[in-house]
Design a protein around this ligand. Sequence first.
Ligand SMILES: [Mn+2]
Length: 302
Amino acid sequence: MRIRLFDVPMDFGANLRGVDMGPTALRRAGLKEALVRLGHTVEEEPRLLRVAIAEHAQPGDPSVRFLDVITQGCRRLAEHVEQACTDGSFPLVLGGDHSIAVGTLAGLSAFHKKKKHSWGTLWIDAHADFNTPETSPSGNVHGMSLAASCGWGHPALKDLYSRGRKLDPANAVVLGARNLDPGEKENLKKAGVKVLTMADIDREGIAAIADQALRYLAGRVDEIHVSFDVDSLDPETAPGVGTPVPGGMTFRELHLLMETLSASGRVTSAEVVEVNPVLDVRNQTARVAVAMIESLLGATIL
Ligand SMILES: [Mn+2]
């Protein structure tokens, strides 16, 4: 496979500084070498994004902080993701905080629409990122990105790159959720997003839940985008995240999920977000994230 890497050093959507160093941490953890070892060709997009430093920027509207700089970055990312797809490459976006998914999904949507592909998204996350400016307790855009992509929220986000929603919420699955805001829960129900929680994984096991997510999406769409927030992992495995929540997936659980997705042959794009080296221990989180991406992109045990 030809994989095009996008470094998106964006941290304006999150509360804490540090995720802007996520792409570097993933590369230091050997991402590119791992992809080459798997037999992939790696293409680079080295000058995609240069964002300002948060200390020099004004947050603006407190209900949707740093909206301008985030939308600028996301528009640029959308163009490049669409181009990668048009060129026949697999876009692999390295965040940055989860607000960048607004750009990734806008680019994917433009491409799939043009090609008349059906597509969906598996959102692997401790949160659902389905807040709107009205329901968000923090005003941080990284908690609004799936909602915006599904046509919910601030016009500058939901109409980014093209008017209207990018993703049918019926083709979105959130997996691993364990920390949802009250208004966000209402939004998810109204929008009709399928949510598989940590409680579901506890009850049925990750193998059954991975199959369920995949069967649901495969029954509806041909192509799947994987949006992987590293805070889906338990903080003991992945401490370097901005919003750690106890009780996440184990190393083995997430590996099995990634292996199941890879075996389906339906994953045609992915992103990995919220790696925060400032909060990490010896780059452990980036190393775990790289291992997960390897499984998603073809590594098998035997
Ligand atoms: Mn997230």
